[in-house]
Structures are given as C-alpha cells and as structure tokens.
Design a protein around this ligand. Structure first.
Ligand code: F6P
Length: 323
C-alpha cells in the first residue's frame, strides 16, 4: 500500500479535524502518500482529491467542523455513483481509504465493496453516539458539554421566572445525548425514544415536585422521542398541568459545532491512528472504537445502531436524583 485517502461523511462532528490530522500524520509517519477527499462520497465520485502533507493538518486539532467538508451523498447510493467512485480511485492510484462518519458512512462502504475490493477502515464520527462497537463516538462529549452549557443558562431564566422548560436536544432516533446531558444538568425528567413517553407519568412527577415547592423545572427531550418533539410534549402536558409558565427551547445545530473537548481530541487521535494502522496491517471494513478504554475493531456490518442498548440505569439515576 502506497497511497491512502481520508474523507469525512454524514453530519459534521467536533473532533473530525483532530482525527483527519491523526490519520494524515500517522500515514506520513509510516511512509504513505496521503490524500484528502472533499465533501465525503460526493467528492469521491467527482475525484475531488487534494494532496495532504503534515503542514496541511497544522492548527486544526482545536477546530470544529471538518476541513475536508462533508455531505450525505445521494449519488453514492446508486450503482452508477459507486462505479464512478471506483474509477476515480483507480485513476488516482489510491489503494486504501479511511472513513470518518456514522452508520450511513459505513453502510456506504459496504455498498462500495460490491464494486471494488479497495480496503477501507472507519472511525466513528457523529455527535449521536449511536454506533455499536465503541463506548464513545467523536463529537458526543463536545455536544454534551454544549448542551450542559446551554441548559445551565436556561436554568437561570427558569429559576428567576419560576418556569418549566422543555429543552429539545439532537440525537436523531437515539436518546444518548438527552440521557447523558439530562443527568449532567440535573434535569427533572428525560424523555428518550428508547423508553415509552407517558404524559400522565410526566405530569405525576411534575405534581410531586410542585407539592415539594419546586419552583422551576427542566425536562430534556430527545428530538426523536415523539412526533412533534418538545413542542408537542409541552402542549400535551399543558392541557392537564398548568402550574408553571412553560417554555420550549430547541438547541439545534449549536450541538454540532464548536471546538472539541480534550476528550474528543484524544479519542480522535487514538482512533485515527488505530484505523490507519489497521489498514496497513491488512484489516478492512472495520471501525476502530474504544471499549473500556481499549481499542476494539468491529466489522462495519455490526456497527448499526439497532445493536446499541441505552443505559437504563442512567434514567433511574436521573429520576432518583430529581425526586
Ligand atoms: O447525526 C447528527 C445529527 O445532528 C442528528 O442529531 C440530527 O438529527 C441530524 O444530524 C440533523 O441533520 P442535518 O444537519 O442534516 O439537518
């Protein structure tokens, strides 16, 4: 193997740049020629490649987003797109790929293997933390800290005005961001898609708090919890429980941006080097992850999120601590 390409795909996540840096520098360390692919799989199809040296990844470890840009490619889902990408890689003499992204990215790599046997290794990059085969994905920790910071500020208003706030956080159809940020900010309740949302139960908890003279409350809602999200839950709760002045805040894409935490930078560095070295060791179609602080490789086919269990214990802790 002589020439390796790296790309970021799917939603951007803090830590992707730190990971690009790790992959490029580790490749150069092992004598490889390194190439960046712009705009994920779309760039692969269009041959949007740029040579990368050590200097090209200087001063990016602290930056959010991805210097390579990213995309959710529709064309890569077609046979035509896959064949075009294969030709571009062959024309550029690229003989290995490192992919940073989520389950859509790894699904794309599996589809790609139907037209080419180019080796590919992956790094989990998504704020949602919804991949099997790693305790943490790149960007999850930073997103949590962004949520905590936002909710701490919202709590100032909630406490000053005696209000009930429903705060909606990202996570697509998974509740990891909601669950962990909810415990971290001492939320009165946490609503996630993995556990059934029962309006009567939410009201019963709020009533208990009201009786104990709780003057304000924060309820964290995962965006995938119910159709209509936090607005719909707030509406349903207000129909039957109206003691508090109620507001809804959707934190939104703020959660995807910003400088990565130290945790995400270290994770990105470890997983980037592991994926690159895995590729050089002859591994393919595996994601480098971190389980119990050890590097573990999981076949792309097993990284799908339906294999991930939510930590029910955390939900219990949240309810005990807010009672
Ligand atoms: O997968 C990351 C994520 O931010 C999800 O939490 C969210 O549902 C989705 O991407 C939003 O995607 P987009 O930026 O394409 O609207």
């Amino acid at each position: 193997m002589k020439k390796i390409a790296v790309l970021t795909s799917g939603g951007d996540a803090p830590g992707m740049n730190a990971c690009i840096r790790a992959i490029v520098r580790a490749g150069l360390f092992h004598g490889m020629e390194m190439v960046g692919v712009r705009r994920g799989y779309d760039g692969l199809i269009e041959g949007d490649f740029l040579p990368m040296d050590s200097h090209s990844v200087s001063n990016i470890i602290q930056r959010g987003g991805t210097i390579l840009k990213t995309a959710r490619s529709e064309k890569f889902r077609t046979k035509e797109g896959l064949l075009e990408a294969k030709k571009r890689l062959e024309d550029a003499n690229i003989d290995g790929l490192v992919l940073i992204g989520g389950d859509g990215t790894f699904k794309g790599a599996l589809a790609f293997s139907s037209v080419t046997n180019i080796p590919c290794m992956g790094v989990p990059g998504t704020i949602d933390n919804d991949l099997y085969g790693t305790d943490y994905t790149l960007g999850f920790d930073t997103a949590l800290n962004t949520v905590i910071d936002a909710v701490d500020k919202i709590r100032d208003t909630a406490a000053s005005h005696d209000r009930l706030f429903f705060v909606e956080v990202m996570g697509r159809d998974a509740g990891f961001i909601a669950l962990n940020s909810g415990v971290g900010c001492g939320a009165e309740d946490i609503l996630i898609p993995e556990s059934k949302t029962d309006i009567a139960q939410i009201i019963s908890r709020l009533e208990d708090g009201w009786k104990r003279h709780k003057s304000s409350c924060i309820i964290i809602v995962a965006e995938g919890d119910i159709e209509g999200g936090a607005y719909e839950i707030a509406r349903k709760v207000k129909e039957k429980f109206n003691h508090y002045d109620t507001r809804v805040t959707v934190i939104g894409h703020m959660q995807r941006g910003g400088s990565p935490t130290c945790f995400d930078r270290v994770l990105a560095s470890r997983l980037g080097v592991a994926a690159l070295e895995g590729l050089l060791n002859g591994q393919t179609h595996e994601m480098a992850g971190l389980i119990n602080n050890h590097i573990v490789f999981t076949p792309f086919a097993q990284t799908r999120k339906h294999n991930v269990d939510i930590n029910e214990g955390l939900l219990r802790i949240a309810h005990i601590l807010s009672a």
